[in-house]
Design a protein around this ligand. Structure first.
Ligand code: HEM
Length: 455
């Protein structure tokens, strides 16, 4: 162990490094960043490794995660790698900005996510889920691509609820555009790791660039349309148009509004859709759990259409979604860069260090979860949740940068599950669950095709 105690402040300033080959890490990051995690982070609280000459700190201990992301939030920024991979599409929107620019954007949109506001959106969420259900019922028994179906459903929800319909945005094209943009992000992360020049070409880069141009120009037209015919709707578009920075009094430029619409559309539908796709796969492989969910939905709805009031009563259904996000957290890794020296446990972490919180490893960690690979929604009964450290489970992150859409996501997921499972079941076709691959979000390595069975 290569450690030393700093005589001035009693904090260790040298770290026990786990060897990691830079080339191996780069190859893994391009293919699947989950494979680049040091294996010991699934059993240890904290791992230090050095790649490309730089120290990286991996955190899996909930108390250390709390210390970093909550207590020391002001000492951490999103960092160069995130900016490099996501900046071309999301600019300096809420997810990618730091400091004062982040803060005023967060304050400007917080009102859209207040509990009372979200309750008002439930009927729209249910209506979109009903459209998906009716489309499925019309097509009858057959097979479907559950990932695509969920993307379409959650996309319609985000556009209907946050952009009041979005005025003719082409869902199919946007979905392809987002996939084209996300596919080569591993390259952007890997090249950022070795500080390669930003102009360097890599596979998929020009397709990603074209996708970003298409996506941003579609959203620019939404803004132009709204400026031409203003209205008093209280949706995200109008909130962004009227936002003003309390300190400088300035309003957002069109480019900044596009940054945020891009952020909300991508962060706000892909993640929930993936969580739902994994949920359907898990239900089909766990018939006892599936039976319990179906019976809860039947009991709460009594055979009538799902209503907004039902959603909060579907307690077990929510537990199922939570457990699916434990096994397959849609945002599996978050990273930060230290903006200044700060204390982490017994260490002094110097400015510039990259911190990695591998949510995926935390959720599968041997010392935090018994039989971690087993799907068991009873881990999320209120009693079981209370007995665990708050940050042993963190699909939505932690601290001031916690997902602003977390309650929105859970509400829509439960509503979608209830509306669909009231009428149909999905049965697995493939013998095994696909492998999870990280492309910023946690995607299946192959299409999840499932068989529609009418109930
Ligand atoms: C199951 C669904 C979702 C998951 C798992 C998820 C996960 C996350 C995570 C882990 C973060 C923190 C990233 C970090 O700390 O670096 C985050 C941030 C964010 N999420 Fe979500 N999210 C989901 C749904 C949504 C929805 C529905 C919306 C919008 C309607 C949304 C909008 C955002 C935004 C704007 C941020 C940045 C917040 C900030 O930095 O202030 N997300 N999300």
């Amino acid at each position: 162990m290569d450690t030393a105690i700093d005589s001035n402040n009693e904090l260790k300033t040298r770290f026990p490094l786990t060897p990691q080959s830079t080339l191996g890490a780069l190859v893994a990051i391009v293919r699947n960043p989950l494979d680049a995690l040091p294996p010991s982070i699934f059993t240890e609280p904290l791992v230090f490794s050095k790649t490309a000459g730089e120290i990286k700190v991996y955190l899996a201990d909930p108390a250390l995660i709390h210390e970093a992301l909550v207590k020391n939030a002001d000492s951490l920024g999103k960092g160069d790698q995130v900016r490099r991979a996501l900046g071309p599409a999301l600019g300096q929107g809420l997810l990618t900005a730091d400091g004062a620019h982040w803060k005023w954007q967060r304050q400007s949109v917080a009102g859209a996510f207040r509990h009372d506001k979200l309750l008002g959106l439930q009927p729209a969420m249910i209506a979109v889920a009903e459209r998906t259900r009716d489309r499925w019922l019309e097509n009858g028994q057959g097979t479907l691509d559950v990932g695509h179906e969920m993307m379409r459903t959650t996309f319609d929800i985000i556009v209907d609820t946050m952009m009041s319909g979005g005025h003719g945005i082409d869902v199919g094209k946007v979905e392809t555009g987002i996939s084209d943009f996300l596919r080569p992000t591993g390259w952007a992360f890997a090249l950022g790791l070795v500080h390669a020049p930003e102009w360097l070409p890599y596979p998929g880069r020009s397709k990603a660039k074209a996708a970003v141009t298409f996506l941003r120009s579609s959203l620019q037209s939404v803004i132009e349309e709204r400026r031409k015919s203003p209205d008093d709707r209280c949706d995200l578009v109008n909130m962004l148009l009227s936002a003003s920075d309390l300190e400088t009094d300035r309003t957002m430029t069109d480019a900044e509004i596009v940054d945020n619409l891009m952020t909300f559309i991508t962060a706000g539908h892909e993640t929930t859709a993936l969580g739902l796709a994994w949920t359907f796969d898990l239900l089909s492989r766990n018939p006892d759990v599936e039976r319990k969910v179906l019976s809860e939905i039947d009991k709460v709805t009594q055979g009538r259409p799902v209503t907004a009031d039902d959603v909060s009563k579907l307690v077990y259904t929510r537990q199922v979604f939570s457990e699916a996000m434990r096994l397959y957290p849609p945002a599996p890794i978050i990273t930060r860069t230290a903006l200044e020296d700060f204390r982490l446990g017994e260490y002094l972490i110097p400015a510039g260090t990259v911190l990695i919180v591998p949510i995926y490893a935390v959720h599968h960690h041997a010392s935090l979860w018994q039989d971690a690979e087993i799907f068991d929604p009873d881990r999320f009964t209120p009693e079981a949740a209370k007995a665990r450290h708050r940050y042993a489970y963190m699909p939505f992150g932690a601290g001031p940068r916690v997902c602003i859409g977390n309650a929105f996501a859970v509400m829509e997921a439960v509503a979608i599950l209830a509306v669909l499972l009231q009428k149909v079941r999905l049965a697995a076709i493939e013998p095994q669950t696909p492998k999870p691959v990280m492309k910023v979000t946690l995607r299946p390595d192959k299409t999840i095709r499932m068989k529609l069975v009418l109930r």
